[in-house]
Design a protein around this ligand. Structure first.
Ligand code: UD1
Ligand code: UDP
Length: 355
């Protein structure tokens, strides 16, 4: 069987690493990288560290408006599909790369298999929500990570295509988490490329969504909150926000702004941080996997399972609210494992080969 996998953004490389390792034992896989993320530390480092096979195609498409990026990807992915004639197309998550590939494939009657289907914010104001809804509704096989995601699919009349597989990010967290070295723990560099000494005790912040970073005031509120804490905050900054963070964090001496880190360094930061503040879908789950308290600076719950026992709480980008929620008491029930058993990759491959 021939599968074309389309990836483009950082979190998709991580999920593809898990599945590709298993899939290649029994099928031919062609990897298409749209080019959406392209800096070394947003792309190549993941392929190197996680041993993901070099993409067969790199379409080199990034930036521009959502419509322009998606349209260019749609055209280029269609060309690849015409050439490769795969049996199925495998997609992850909710980026513009995901939606472009879903549209290209369905128009050519190629079955689309969608991992991380079903999550919903409840507003089309979010570009990711649009990508998820479109992709889910044109897919042949939907692979939600959790029961709550499967419920949304059921409400939308998609239950008969839906199979809960667990979360490949959990697979990755367990698999790569057992391989971390001191080199991974210390591979943090500042914006000028100088090594950053990792403090004994620290908080871990990631914040990149357009909702929080398109103006100075919201990002400033988040950074002011972190600056008040009893230990420094390590903040690897998505390249889209570098200039804004440089400006907004000026004078906030408890914030260590850094270049994006590789996945291994990121999960070592999750494991060792006191607490985590983020607007990332992936990082809020990793905080949960590691038993770390998390505050998610977003208006909408995407991963309700992480919210149990105050383990993860939503906050507005308001310094007082972030600090209050960080100091709330959390309760952890170690037996509660809503993200599967670390073998989502096997289930995804089983569905791809036999469904
Ligand atoms: C995208 C996804 C988001 C996901 C995130 C993962 C969409 C709509 N959004 O958002 O769901 O959470 O990836 O990290 O697909 N840039 C660089 N270097 C890079 C990559 C990006 O400089 O390697 C800059 C470019 O100026 C680009 C901007 O960042 O225009 C935004 O990148 P883009 O991929 O459009 O969106 P993300 O914010 O990364
Ligand atoms: N991550 C990383 N380097 C960083 C920041 C995050 O490797 O500098 C990892 C993080 O641990 C998680 C994933 O990237 O595994 C989350 O991706 P991102 O926040 O970009 O996207 P989202 O999950 O919000 O779609």
């Amino acid at each position: 069987m021939k599968i074309v996998t389309v990836v483009g953004a950082r979190p998709q490389f991580i999920k593809a690493a898990v599945v590709s390792r298993i899939l290649r034992k029994d099928a031919e896989e062609i990897i298409v990288h749209t080019g959406q993320h392209y800096d070394y530390n947003m792309s190549d480092i993941f392929f190197e560290e996680l041993n993901i096979p070099t993409p067969d195609y790199n379409l080199g498409i990034s930036g521009g408006s959502h419509g322009k990026m998606t349209g260019r990807m749609l055209e280029a992915i269609e060309e690849v599909l015409v050439k490769e004639q795969p049996d199925k197309v495998l997609l992850y998550g909710d980026t513009n790369s995901t939606m472009a590939a879903a549209l290209a494939a369905v128009k050519m009657h190629i079955p689309v298999y969608h991992v991380e289907a079903g999550n919903r914010f409840g507003t089309l104001d979010s570009p990711e929500e649009v990508n998820r809804i479109v992709t889910d509704h044109v897919s042949t096989c939907l692979m939600p990570c959790t029961e709550s995601a499967a419920k949304f699919l059921e409400k939308e009349g998609l239950a008969d295509k839906s199979h809960i597989v667990g979360d490949p990010m959990y697979d990755a967290f367990l698999y790569y988490g057992s391989k971390l070295t001191d080199k991974d723990r210390n591979a943090i560099v500042d914006f000028d490329g100088n090594p950053v000494a990792r403090p004994e005790s620290f908080y871990y912040l990631t914040c990149h969504r357009q909702e929080n970073t398109d103006t100075d005031d919201k990002l400033r509120e988040i950074l002011v909150a972190m600056n008040e804490l009893d230990a420094p905050t390590i903040y690897p900054v998505h390249p889209r926000n570098k200039d804004r963070v440089r400006r907004v964090s000026s004078g906030l001496n408890n914030i260590i702004a850094a270049q994006p880190v590789g996945y291994l360094t990121s999960i070592s930061l999750v494991n060792d941080a006191k607490k985590i503040v983020t607007d990332s879908g992936g990082l809020q789950r990793e905080a949960f996997f590691a038993g770390k308290q998390c505050v998610t600076v977003l208006d909408f719950v995407v991963w309700p399972e992480t919210m149990v026992g105050n383990r993860n709480q939503l906050s507005k980008p308001d310094s007082g609210e972030i600090l209050r929620k960080l100091s709330d008491v959390q309760t952890i029930d170690d037996t509660y494992k809503p993200f599967g058993n670390g073998h989502a990759g096997d289930k995804i491959v089983e569905l791809l080969l036999n469904n």
